[in-house]
Design a protein around this ligand. Structure first.
Ligand code: CO
Length: 214
């Protein structure tokens, strides 16, 4: 009996055939080296696939996804991905890409309980609290949600800049540049936010680490 999921494995075979027909060495070459220029931190949402919406191919983007594209400083998964991308792969750009209509962000805007995930959403609620004056002043709920998505992305960009991983790389290698983007599910267009960070001058106060004494 044919199972629905079998479609995926059939698709895979068809994809391999197509790739090989254009380039017989395609997989051999990719298997030898991974040298992506980009680290993508995006939402797990199935409608926001990093490669597809940016027209990039396997090998071009190192990807980390979680609910609402969060940079949580106690998240070993995120930190490990970031450290590997920055210090081993040497990515030139880190992109935090959120999306309008993000279920995680919208859930964090309300008061309903959802279970375990409430602990993850707490980090997003903190972003709301930080920007409550601006957000509370937006009467239209959908409009407020869109702005909250943007502010959440900006905060995650800043959270990246607060890691020693990023700060040490800026000092030693003058990379990566950190970008904040928002994808619009309704149009497919990515909106670039005005939040580019690429050096220590963008970090201030207690977040700025001194050089490590050896
Ligand atoms: Co989302």
């Amino acid at each position: 009996m044919s199972q629905v999921y079998m479609k995926l494995l059939d698709n895979n075979k068809a994809w391999v055939k197509e790739k090989l027909s254009k380039d017989p060495d395609y997989f051999l070459r990719l298997s030898k080296l991974q040298a992506p220029d980009y680290l993508w931190i995006g939402c797990s949402d199935s409608r926001v696939p990093a490669n597809e919406i940016t027209g990039t191919q396997p090998g071009e983007v190192f990807v980390h996804r979680n609910i609402a594209n969060m940079v949580v400083h106690t998240d070993m998964n995120m930190l490990s991905v970031l450290d590997y991308a920055v210090n081993v792969l040497g990515v030139k750009h880190v992109i935090v890409c959120g999306h309008y209509g993000c279920g995680g962000v919208l859930a964090a805007m309300g008061n309903q309980q959802f279970g375990l995930i409430d602990n993850w959403l707490r980090h997003i609620k903190d972003v709301y609290y930080l920007h409550r004056n601006e957000l509370d002043a937006i009467a239209d709920t959908e409009e407020r949600g869109r702005r909250f998505v943007e502010l959440n992305v900006m905060e995650q960009v800043m959270d990246l800049s607060k890691t020693s991983i990023i700060q040490n790389s800026w000092k030693n290698h003058k990379r990566p540049t950190i970008h904040g983007w928002v994808y619009d599910l309704k149009t497919g267009i990515i909106n670039e936010l005005n939040v580019l960070m690429d050096g220590m001058e963008d970090v201030s106060g207690v977040y700025k680490f001194e050089d490590k004494k050896s």
